[in-house]
Design a protein around this ligand. Structure first.
Ligand code: PLP
Length: 448
């Protein structure tokens, strides 16, 4: 554990904070309260002024193997020194094919074909494009509608924000949203499920809303439904018992593809390779990213059923089958990072470790109930959400206060409005998990 100052960023460097327009950030607040990270290792960060911080968010739900894991560092360094990049259209490299095989093996059933992207947003957009194109390909071109869910997050692209259900992410672009999109209701009803541990008992019937949409628009109009098995960015919303099963049944019955956006729930976050396994429901398409490389190099992937891929394999063999892709699909550096991250998950048995830590995580997160005005706490795997009662005069202010107070005490927490989302790296030890909740408890104590 190093407390060494790694970089001095004094007031004279403040001007350098001007040019970068930060994502999903209160830029003016940041400029006045800069928080600069200059190092990371395991479950800790080092700040520009030499402080150590415990990371309760695994970066942004992504550094599942912990920061700078030596095996992943070494793999990327080795790769960078030997083969940086080759054209990704009409050329390939062996490790990308091998990685696709490993992902297919991790995914359930016959989800055996893998399309690589660079991010979760691109994975979500790719999945939606494949779904629409597949319906056309199989002679169901009338299926042009997409269904998302309230409070869902599928990245920041136009496809993702269209099916996403977070108002703030959509309201600036009303005219640019995809046409023909509906949303299922979200499944968080505090009146019925506040402070539930794991999956709430109530709420499976909320999936039935899909029948209403089928009846409203007519059969043969909906191409795909996209949901996060457990919603992350919308505030950690755990699927009610039986909900995903019901959604699966309805999609199958009505010829609709079911897409699980597992950008957060993949790679151990809920104690398994994918949420599909944890919840016992197999979708037709899985989107993933984040933990795929443990955030060492950006990468996303879309894993589809064999049948979906095969439907495109028609026409002359020399012709491109799907006019979609990215310069950096299967980038060698990202591929190396993903292989190494998967190695670490296997050799350190991190998905099982997440399962082992779940009981402690659950007990400690629910133990925070009395520490502040809190209206709900919920958890699944190593992800948890805490809703602070919003200050009626300043919604979001309490969340920001917790963020600042935690930071002062040596803890990074992810807050979104008045919701705190916890998702520690899977390598966290029981002792570090206790430290995390002790620090968070202290940060909450001052909130009234
Ligand atoms: N999908 C889900 C479920 C996510 O949680 C996220 C990011 O948090 C994304 C998509 C977008 O991923 P990215 O930020 O890598 O584009």
């Amino acid at each position: 554990m190093s407390t060494q100052r790694t970089l001095d960023v004094g007031p004279e460097a403040a001007g350098s904070l001007d040019a970068y327009w930060m994502p999903f950030t209160a830029n003016r607040w940041f400029r006045d309260h800069p928080k600069l990270i200059t190092g990371a290792r395991g479950v800790r960060y080092t700040t520009s002024d030499g402080r150590e911080l415990l990371d309760s968010a695994a970066g942004l739900w992504c550094s599942n193997a912990g920061h700078c894991h030596p095996h992943i560092v070494e793999a990327v360094q080795r790769q960078a020194a030997s083969f940086d990049y080759a054209m990704s259209f009409q050329l390939g490299h062996p490790e990308a094919f091998r990685l696709a095989e490993r992902l297919a093996a991790l995914a359930p059933d016959d989800l055996d074909r893998v399309f690589f992207t660079n991010s979760g947003s691109e994975a979500a957009d790719t999945a939606l494009k494949i779904a629409l194109a597949w319906q056309r390909q199989r002679g169901e071109g009338g299926r042009t509608r997409l269904v998302g869910r309230e409070r869902g997050y599928h990245g920041a692209g136009f496809g993702g924000i269209s099916v996403g259900g977070l108002g703030n992410n959509r309201k600036a672009w009303p005219s640019a949203l995809l046409a023909g999109v509906d949303h299922l209701p979200h499944t968080h009803d505090p009146a019925r499920m506040a402070f539930s541990r794991g999956q709430p008992e109530w709420g499976a019937q909320l999936a039935d809303d899909l029948e209403r949409l089928v009846a409203l628009h007519g059969p043969g109009t909906i191409a795909a439904v996209i949901v996060e098995p457990a919603a992350g960015s919308g505030g950690v919303i755990v699927p009610p018992v039986g909900y995903l099963q019901r959604l699966r049944e309805l999609c199958t019955e009505h010829g609709i593809l079911l897409i699980f956006d597992e950008v957060i729930t993949g790679f151990g976050r809920v104690g398994h390779g994918f949420g599909a396994e944890r919840f016992g429901v197999t979708p037709d398409i899985i989107c993933c990213a984040k933990g795929l490389t443990s955030a060492m190099v950006p990468m996303g992937a879309v894993i589809v059923r064999e049948e979906i891929f095969e439907a495109f394999m028609t026409g002359p063999a020399h012709a491109v089958e799907l006019f979609h892709g990215y310069t950096y699909s299967g980038h060698p550096l990202a591929t190396a990072a993903a292989h190494a991250a998967l190695d670490v998950y296997e050799t350190e048995d991190l998905f099982a470790q997440a399962r082992d830590l779940e009981a402690q995580f659950e007990a400690r997160i629910h133990g925070l109930k009395q520490r502040a005005p809190i209206t709900d706490i919920r958890n699944i795997g190593l992800m948890g959400g805490i809703d602070l009662e919003p200050d009626p005069d300043a919604p979001g202010a309490r969340g920001m206060m917790v963020f600042e107070r935690a930071f002062e005490r040596g803890l990074v927490v992810r807050t979104s409005g008045d919701t705190i989302a916890l998702s520690p790296p899977l390598v966290i030890t029981p002792r570090e998990l206790d430290e995390l909740f002790d620090l968070l408890g202290e940060a909450l104590d001052g909130i009234d």
